[in-house]
Design a binder for this molecule. Structure first.
Ligand code: HEM
Length: 260
């Protein structure tokens, strides 16, 4: 981290106009932020963002291969909205209603930050009849909230259609679904994560159909979980990926394909 910061300070002092500022440039230019604070902040962002997004994408792909009817419906939405002459772009994501439902259902059923990040009460308070004394560590069980059978019908079933025509969102406004937490300590990477998760699923399903290795069917795919910093998929997911669109579409996007 120190050498990255030193190199950046050197680069910035050599070039007169830095038109492409990133977060590090902004932090280094702030006189009230110390070097230690810059390092802590960057490490916080890297560690919080590094596993959560890929874990969520893997959990979504797992559920998709377990449910061929859901993949089919998603693929047909992608074909209707995008066609087969180009790849999905970020601007398309809000026009893909079923894709967004798949993302929400993945975040609900596979809440990768299961217990959130520990909070601390600065004063005594009461929540839903429970007394919480001052100076107490408070953990929120988002994993349980998002699977609560009192709220969700068939809570363990992966069913994106429960979000079609539903006002419930994942952004912390509906307390029955909190994959990113809520309030001031809500995940600051949420918007980036939502785009990344949706974009990667859409690209894969639209341009590279996935299938299971020979001899396996969708019934063989497990949903074992591994609890650690995040709740990740427990076993490796082995898939075959093929080409689905005309070769030219990939070439125009600068993608190198081999063996297709
Ligand atoms: C699907 C992906 C992600 C999920 C599900 C997720 C979820 C969460 C949750 C539940 C929390 C704790 C909120 C609480 O304690 O109330 C959190 C905190 C945090 N997340 Fe994310 N996150 C994701 C991606 C990211 C990304 C991509 C970044 C950064 C680029 C990020 C940065 C952070 C940081 C810095 C915190 C700590 C905030 C604080 O302590 O105030 N997260 N995240």
């Amino acid at each position: 981290m120190d050498s990255i910061i030193d190199n950046r300070l050197k680069e910035n002092s050599n070039s007169k106009s830095n038109t492409e500022e990133d977060l590090l440039d902004v932090l280094l230019a702030m006189s009230n932020v110390s070097r230690v604070q810059v390092k802590v902040l960057l490490l916080d962002i890297i560690s919080a963002g590094a596993e959560t997004t890929p874990d969520t994408i893997v959990r979504a792909i797992t559920e998709l291969v377990r449910h061929p009817n859901i993949i089919e419906r998603l693929q047909s939405e992608l074909d209707d909205v995008i066609g087969k002459e180009r790849l999905v772009e970020e601007a398309d994501l809000n026009n893909l209603e079923y894709l967004q439902a798949v993302v929400k259902e993945t975040l609900r059923l596979h809440t990768v930050v299961g217990l959130g990040i520990p909070h601390f009460s600065t004063e005594a308070t009461k929540v839903s009849g429970y007394d919480i004394p001052a100076n107490t560590q408070v953990m929120l069980n988002y994993y349980a909230i998002n699977r609560d059978a009192k709220v969700w019908k068939n809570p363990l079933k992966f069913d994106p259609s429960r979000f079609l025509n539903s006002p419930v969102d994942v952004r912390g406004h509906h307390y029955v679904l909190l994959p990113f937490g809520a309030g001031r300590r809500r995940c600051p990477g949420m918007n980036l994560a939502l785009v990344n998760v949706a974009y990667n699923i859409a690209q894969l399903i639209h341009a590279c159909p996935i299938s299971l290795p020979e001899g396996l069917t969708h019934l063989d795919v497990d949903v074992e979980e591994k609890f650690g910093m995040t709740v990740a998929r427990g076993n490796p997911l082995n898939l075959l990926i093929k080409r689905r669109l005309p070769l030219d579409v990939y070439r125009r996007a600068g993608l190198q394909l081999s063996g297709v």
